[in-house]
Design a protein around this ligand. Sequence first.
Ligand SMILES: Cc1cc2nc3c(=O)[nH]c(=O)nc-3n(C[C@H](O)[C@H](O)[C@H](O)COP(=O)(O)OP(=O)(O)OC[C@H]3O[C@@H](n4cnc5c(N)ncnc54)[C@H](O)[C@@H]3O)c2cc1C
Length: 415
Amino acid sequence: MAAKENSDNLDVVISGASFAGLALACGLAQALGDQFKIALIDRGAGPGASAARDSRASALSAASKRMLDVLGAWPLIAAEAQPVARIEITDSSLDAGVRPVLLTYDNVVENGEPATYIVPNGVLQDALCAVASRTPSIRWISSAEARDFSSNETETRVRLADGTELGASLLVAAEGRRSRLREAAGIKVVGWSYPQIGIVTTVRHERPHEARAVQHFLPSGPFAVLPLKGDRACITWTEDAQEARRILALDDADFLAEVEQRFGGKLGAIALDGPRQSWPLETHLARRYVAPRFALVGDAAHGVHPLAGQGLNLAFRDVAALIEVVSEAVRLGFEPGDTQALERYERWRRFDSVVSATTFDGLNRLFASDLTLLRSAREFGLGVVDRIPALKRFFVGEAAGVTGELPRLLRGEAV
Ligand SMILES: Cc1cc2nc3c(=O)[nH]c(=O)nc-3n(C[C@H](O)[C@H](O)[C@H](O)COP(=O)(O)OP(=O)(O)OC[C@H]3O[C@@H](n4cnc5c(N)ncnc54)[C@H](O)[C@@H]3O)c2cc1C
């Protein structure tokens, strides 16, 4: 490994210790060993501090699961991970008496592996925190906000809100949508927000879900029922912003009545089993993913509409690709912040994120329309997919994240 020339003896500083930052720290530490020093900073109070407040569950692809397995996090997650065996897509107005199923498919890839697992976000973050905490080369710096940075020939220096400075070969912003370091790097963002709000809650239901996930497209946005362990489901519900604010202000009984109206009666009676939370929805793409000695990963690089449940999976793709290019550079005797390695990372990841963001945006617009012509077109389109097994396999492969040029971690191989 090249000698460290920076003053703090650090190889990488990662700002943001949520899903992307944690997975990146664990993967780099595993690939490059104890000599490779990593600082992981977050403005939160400590490892996993934000997990308890996040009531979302994420649809993790088979590829993401493979990476978590290699990192040693999956054994801590497995008991709470609900494989999705079948997906049903329905499309009707809120008051429709019958909900025709437009598309249904077995959600497995060729070797019988589930294409998707539903994992509570708190469980995922706790598992990654546990792996990071037992890794000696990762130094946690909690309650610390990164403010800006500057890079020169030998190092990059990041300044924290309390005036502390840290030097390293490479600085990575895994800071989510509003990344301060992205701004400090002068990287512009293109994007738009939706007149929609994402509502999330958990329900318990009378009858077993049989590992079936449902995406019910309503005119105001998709209402997803994601199966959880035990007879429970996480609801991820996109609603017109004004209507969402009204619904979120209701008491529990009235809120449940709104959920019931959309949930349908297939699983029997339902009861609330967790808090309700909400998120503003937007799509954004950073114009560059790298600058000298600097890289963006996860939502700091791109934010997508949650209707396809892919934001976190895209973040893990970034993480796996960055771990691979940095590890290869270091093994060849280059620095972690090597310019060519970072440019390779950007080429690898940016195109894929642009395609994903625009596809999910288009799907949201297509399904949010109640125009008769568009309605018929999408029903025809889904009908075609439903009848052609090869097309279904293509869509399942995309959801499983096993298509395209996959980094090794997403193929389940150590780097
Ligand atoms: C309603 C909803 C449902 C979703 N469902 C799914 C799904 O089913 N599947 C899926 O794949 N994706 C899903 N997503 C997307 C997914 O949640 C995000 O893509 C993911 O959280 C991004 O993780 P991240 O680590 O990049 O950023 P974040 O989780 O946003 O974390 C950023 C971290 O950086 C820290 N931070 C920020 N700025 C600083 C700073 N200056 N200094 C220090 N620390 C800082 C923050 O404290 C935080 O810990 C969903 C999103 C929404 C809104």
